[in-house]
Design a protein around this ligand. Structure first.
Ligand SMILES: Cc1cc2nc3c(=O)[nH]c(=O)nc-3n(C[C@H](O)[C@H](O)[C@H](O)COP(=O)(O)O)c2cc1C
Length: 404
């Protein structure tokens, strides 16, 4: 990853860790924040140090970890002000019930609580505690008060807890917290817009155990769905075959075959009970052909050669573009040669306002991509970057085109 979303947003965070079992998850969270290019300064309470060592967090952040108000290593000797002055936000993860109570009362008896009180930036709080502690009216009152004070509460989630109970109180997973942080700071350029995206490979069954598929991982389409969500859009993702987990905050529907994907796109392009899509981005690698006959039983190895007869599938993007009141349509061209020439031909043939051209060797399967955007104004090559960054660049371009 050479240029990451956190770096692009220029984010600087103080990651505050308090005393709870979920402190071990803060190590993974820190790793993901740093990997996303976010500049992170870790501050731990005394109790947090009982659960995970500052040394681990120092190794992961590459910076000294602060645990005491009386640390003289900060130039003006005032870490309680200095550390958050440089930050866009303080993220408390995990936030103990005790620390939440301290925030409510504006207590300032250790470095982290003093930093929170003296801050001039956003405060993001990810509670983590046993379900009884979470359900206790005192905690519920405190959380309501924090919300009323404009503090963002992330979670908690539900599930199995360290104490063996099951219920609300688990800290959100590290990946979910990362996406909540980046979402918080992404300008909401697509607020009010409805965006439909297809992603991943299709799977055309031959018999009950065999299928024709392709090497699309779904990473580009999922990154676009997440970026559109972060930019404030209401997103529907129609996913084909992909190993990726469903992203949070996105209406995700599975469609494995090209035919199922066609049906779902048509149902969702202008649904009866909700708003029609404003933008359609066709990223899925949809099979052009599928077996004419799907065998009910597994084909036996009786013959030296067998012949599969294939029929052409519907071209989903072409069908959407020609709909009355069609949304703004974006196509993808994955080519193995003559990239720009083939992509330009595809754009004109399908009458698309925008196409994203990428070579199969640059984009298929990996985390990064090298793309050229082609529209009525010409070609706009983007530097090679992580697919999450490319996704934001594409959507910024779409935003510019639809705002013209
Ligand atoms: C083994 C153990 C696990 C704990 N787990 C949690 C927890 O998950 N959530 C929580 O709010 N408090 C938990 N506590 C209690 C806090 O550690 C305690 O309230 C402490 O004072 C919090 O200090 P701090 O908020 O300054 O970090 C736990 C305590 C122990 C001994």
């Amino acid at each position: 990853m050479n240029k990451q979303i956190g770096k692009k947003l220029g984010l600087r965070l103080v990651l505050g860790i308090t005393g709870g079992v979920a402190a071990y998850k803060a190590a993974e969270l820190l790793r993901l924040l740093v990997k996303a290019g976010i500049d992170v300064q870790v501050v731990m309470t005394k109790s947090a140090c009982q659960f995970i060592t500052p040394l681990t967090m120092q190794a992961l952040s590459g910076k000294p970890v602060f645990t005491s108000m009386w640390d003289a290593s900060i130039a003006n000797g005032m870490p309680h002000i200095e550390l958050s002055r440089r930050a866009d936000a303080i993220l408390i993860a995990p936030a103990s019930a005790d620390f939440i109570a301290k925030l409510v009362y504006g207590r300032a008896d250790d470095l982290l609580s003093t930093l929170c009180l003296a801050r001039d930036c956003a405060l993001l709080v990810a509670p983590a505690m046993n379900k009884q502690m979470w359900e206790n009216p005192a905690t519920q009152r405190n959380v309501l008060q924090l919300k009323a004070d404009g503090i963002n509460i992330f979670g908690p989630g539900s599930g199995e807890q360290a104490c063996g109970e099951v219920g609300l109180g688990r800290m959100l997973e590290a990946a979910d917290l990362l996406s909540l942080v980046t979402t918080h700071f992404t300008p909401k350029l697509l607020a009010g817009k409805h965006v439909l995206i297809t992603a991943g490979a299709t799977l055309e069954m031959i018999d009950p155990v065999r299928a024709i598929t392709n090497l699309s991982s779904g990473k580009m389409g999922f990154s676009l769905a997440e970026a559109a969500r972060d930019m404030g859009a209401t997103v529907t993702l129609i996913r084909g075959a992909s190993a990726l987990p469903n992203p949070s905050g996105i209406n995700t529907i599975e469609a494995l075959s090209a035919d199922a994907m066609y049906q779902l796109v048509m149902q969702n392009i202008a649904p009866k009970n909700s708003a029609a899509q404003d933008i359609f981005i066709s990223v899925a690698a949809v099979a052009d052909y599928s077996p004419k006959l799907i065998h009910d039983h597994k084909i036996k190895k009786n013959e030296q050669t067998i012949t599969l007869e294939l029929k052409q599938n519907k071209d989903i993007l072409s069908e959407v573009v020609t709909l009355p009141n069609a949304p703004f349509c974006v196509g993808f061209a994955a080519e193995s040669e003559h990239l720009i020439q083939h992509a330009e031909q595809k754009r004109l043939r399908k009458k698309l306002p925008l196409i994203v051209a990428n070579l199969v060797v640059d984009g298929m399967g990996g985390d990064e991509n090298l793309v050229t955007l082609i529209d009525d104004l010409g070609r706009h090559p983007l530097p090679k970057a992580d697919k999450k960054i490319i996704a934001h660049e594409i959507l910024h371009h779409v935003y510019r085109l639809i705002s013209r």
